[in-house]
Design a protein around this ligand. Structure first.
Ligand code: ZN
Length: 171
């Protein structure tokens, strides 16, 4: 067998040797969803003091609210007990260090496709982007009224979270 994922199977072997408690359903125990970045330096469960079963964790480049984020959160709210959503950006984010044009060029170079048409969603102002993304969730017809949404910033160096966009309830 191809050994591309051999390290994963080895890691899983150790993991599976120890019994793990699995909740009866996929409902988020703390009624929480967190949207954060894919940056490998963020360990969401540890950062927020969570355990498996506590929360829905969504990750994408830059912690951006996209169509698929909305799809997933709409379902998490409607079927999996989510009543509060934290959008969490972080310091030293790659998506805040480049322009859309640069990121599109990087994909063009990697793929050989000269003009990729996708939107990288680069971030020029993290606080402003957090406000916009929180607003997009609060005003989305897919997110039930009463769901509380806020925007946070995580500092990779100090490990501290700060509130950037105060939590508000969707109307
Ligand atoms: Zn990032």
């Amino acid at each position: 067998m191809d050994d591309t994922f051999a390290d994963l199977f080895a890691g899983n072997e150790s993991y599976a040797e120890v019994p793990h408690e699995v909740a009866a359903t996929g409902v988020a125990r703390r009624g929480l969803a967190i949207l954060t970045c894919i940056d490998s330096r963020i360990d969401p469960l540890a950062v927020f003091g969570l355990e498996p079963g506590d929360a829905k964790i969504l990750r994408n480049a830059g912690a951006r609210v996209t169509d698929d984020t909305l799809r997933t959160l709409a379902l998490a709210v409607a079927t999996l007990g989510v009543t509060r959503i934290a959008v969490v950006q972080h310091t030293d984010c790659r998506m805040a260090a480049s322009s859309d044009a640069d990121l599109r060029d990087a994909v063009a170079e990697a793929t050989g496709v000269p003009q990729p048409t996708f939107e990288p969603l680069a971030i020029t102002n993290q606080a402003a982007t957090l406000r916009d993304d929180v607003d997009r969730l609060l005003t989305s017809p897919l997110i039930a009224s009463g769901v509380v949404v806020g925007g946070l910033m995580y500092d990779l160096r100090s490990s501290r979270l700060t509130a950037v966009v105060e939590p508000r309830a969707a109307s």
